[in-house]
Design a protein around this ligand. Structure first.
Ligand SMILES: Nc1ncnc2c1ncn2[C@@H]1O[C@H](COP(=O)(O)OP(=O)(O)OP(=O)(O)O)[C@@H](O)[C@H]1O
Ligand SMILES: C[C@@](O)(CCOP(=O)(O)OP(=O)(O)O)CC(=O)O
Length: 396
């Protein structure tokens, strides 16, 4: 069998200015531009291997060890666009193998829970599209490839870049100007760290796709958000990232998470993604910032109850005096800090005078694990392959 393969890892991104609302549901064209931070693949990543061979009978996808539907319109749109670009290449160079005519085997693994509000669809579609683009040796730019990932899942287009990323909504009906661009590389502001407080990793009730359509159709507040709130915030946040102004970045991030969840509550019937633990975490972050008299932490919540906290490395001791005290006993701390660092968190806590409000012990019960990570890079070619090069099937 003459099998051609390529493997790529892709990261998760967590929006600081949320995408919520589509103006075209087939093409995943958004009602507003958005901004995100790409998280390190050392902690959260999708690995996808793609293979093409004349002997393959049908396009097939295996996700986390099980066959997974590939017939859905979104995945089909991605495959169609990628094949089209490959076809153009082949038509210009007859010596190229006709990969565009062969079926694909795609094998993918997420190293974190799928469909649990941890942006698996973003990393998943970014990896799928990047792996096939690599297999096809497409010459298109990363932004151009991000347009294809967008059709798989809107937020996936932002996972094509590392660092700090904008998805420019565009205005064209065919979506050719709706794609991701990098605002700053991870190396431009490498001090950004993230702590995910995993409140729940069970599958959510209302998917992002369904939720945002209900909001578009029913929320009055949403109109104000897309017409005024987001366009203003986009410029402020972009500037804050370029100038490494954490206080502004953090304030806008928190306000935007609240604005997005307010439009969910303003939908009819209302959608609740946050639970009591999530709301407790919000108050707790404000108490911490108030206690220190400066903004050292920002929270943000996607379409689920998990909190993502952004902070700068220089404030780790101050913040983790609280975080380690409350959540030190849940999984996720292994190899992240030295014994000395953990001692320092305890000492910082003991030397401070916190009131009961600043240490809401009830929160302990609602958090299942922590994921400690930081800003990271975009998709990377991988030497590890999930496909057996002899059979074209997933490795056992
Ligand atoms: N590695 C992958 N390769 C291909 N598709 C994937 C991959 N991972 C996830 N997906 C697709 O994304 C779906 C999950 O998307 P969904 O939006 O429900 O959850 P999520 O992305 O984890 O949460 P959220 O978007 O709210 O952060 C999966 O059912 C699957 O179809
Ligand atoms: C709340 C969000 O996480 C919504 C993400 O929505 P998706 O990108 O998952 O939606 P589809 O385009 O329908 O696949 C905000 C964000 O990531 O910007």
């Amino acid at each position: 069998m003459s099998i051609h393969t390529a493997s790529v890892t892709a990261p998760v991104n967590i929006a600081t200015l949320k995408y919520w609302g589509k103006r075209d549901t087939k093409l995943n064209l958004p009602t507003n531009s958005s901004i995100s931070v790409t998280l390190s693949q050392d902690d959260l990543r999708t690995l996808t291997s793609a293979a093409a061979a004349p002997e393959f009978e049908r396009d097939t996808l295996w996700l986390n060890g099980e066959p997974h539907s590939i017939d859905n319109e979104r995945t089909q749109n991605c495959l169609h666009d990628l094949r089209q670009l490959r076809k153009e290449l082949e038509s210009k160079d007859a010596s190229l193998p006709p990969l565009s005519q062969w079926k694909l085997h795609i094998v993918s693994e997420n190293n974190f829970p799928t469909a649990a509000g941890l942006a698996s669809s973003a990393a998943g579609f970014a990896a799928l599209v990047s792996a096939i683009a690599k297999l096809y040796q497409l010459p298109q730019s990363t932004s151009e490839i991000s347009r294809i990932a967008r059709k798989g899942s809107g937020s996936a287009c932002r996972s094509l870049f590392g660092g700090y990323v904008a998805w420019e909504m565009g205005t064209a009906q065919d979506g050719h100007d709706s794609m991701a661009v990098q605002i700053a590389d991870s190396s431009d502001w490498p001090q950004m760290k993230a702590c995910v407080l995993v409140v729940s990793d069970i599958k959510k009730d209302v998917s992002s796709t369904q939720g945002m359509q209900l909001t578009v159709a029913t929320s009055e507040l949403f109109k104000e958000r897309i017409e005024h709130v987001v366009p203003n915030r986009f410029e402020i946040m972009r500037k804050a990232i370029i100038e490494k102004d954490f206080a502004t970045f953090a304030k806008e991030t928190m306000m935007d998470s609240n604005s997005f969840h307010a439009t969910c509550l303003d939908s009819f019937p209302p959608i609740f993604y946050m639970n009591d633990t999530s709301k407790g975490i919000i108050s707790w972050c404000h108490s911490i910032n108030q206690y220190y008299g400066e903004t050292i932490v920002a929270y943000t919540f996607d379409a689920g109850p998990n909190a993502v906290l952004y902070y700068l490395a220089e404030n780790e001791l101050k913040l983790f005096a609280f975080i380690y005290k409350l959540f030190g006993s849940v999984p996720g701390w292994d190899k992240k800090f030295t014994v000395e660092q953990l001692d320092a968190f305890n000492q910082q806590f003991d030397s401070a005078k916190f009131t009961a409000r600043e240490l809401d012990l009830e929160l302990q019960k609602g958090v299942a694990r922590v994921i400690l990570t930081q800003v990271g890079s975009g998709p990377q070619e991988s030497k590890e392959s999930l496909i057996d090069a002899k059979t074209g099937l997933p490795k056992k």
